[in-house]
Design a protein around this ligand. Structure first.
Ligand SMILES: [Zn+2]
Length: 122
């Protein structure tokens, strides 16, 4: 059982295999599971579980710049005679995305001039 006192930092604690809960001063790292630590009742006992402090670690981080989509690429090139590969890469359009679009058949990349253009669909 973890009791939280309002207005205080969460206190690190460890549950021992005998069921005892040992509390530590805030800022002190609690022992890892399996570590043998002093126990008030039995002298020394192994740690059973350590509650993981949830300090802003909630799931995987979101990437700062979301990936460009093929729709964005299509919109970017729409109405243009073409765009240079370097310019598109500066705008975070990846080579992978360009390759995928090429495979789908609506994009053409001129390898020699590095010129990217929409392929007119039939
Ligand atoms: Zn114990």
């Amino acid at each position: 059982m973890i009791t939280r006192r309002p207005g205080r930092e969460p206190q690190p604690s460890a549950t021992l295999e005998c069921g005892q809960v040992v509390h530590y001063e805030p800022g002190i790292c609690p022992p890892a599971p399996g570590d043998v630590v002093p126990c008030r009742r039995h002298g020394y006992c192994a740690t059973a579980a350590v509650p993981v402090p949830t300090r802003g670690a909630r799931g995987p981080r979101r990437t700062r710049s979301p990936r460009r989509t093929q729709e964005e690429l299509r919109a970017r090139l729409g109405g243009l005679p073409g765009e240079s590969l370097a310019a598109l890469r500066r705008e975070r359009f990846t080579l992978r995305l360009l390759a995928d679009a090429q495979q789908e058949g609506w994009l053409r990349v001129d390898q020699e001039s590095d010129w990217v253009r929409l392929r007119s669909l039939p």
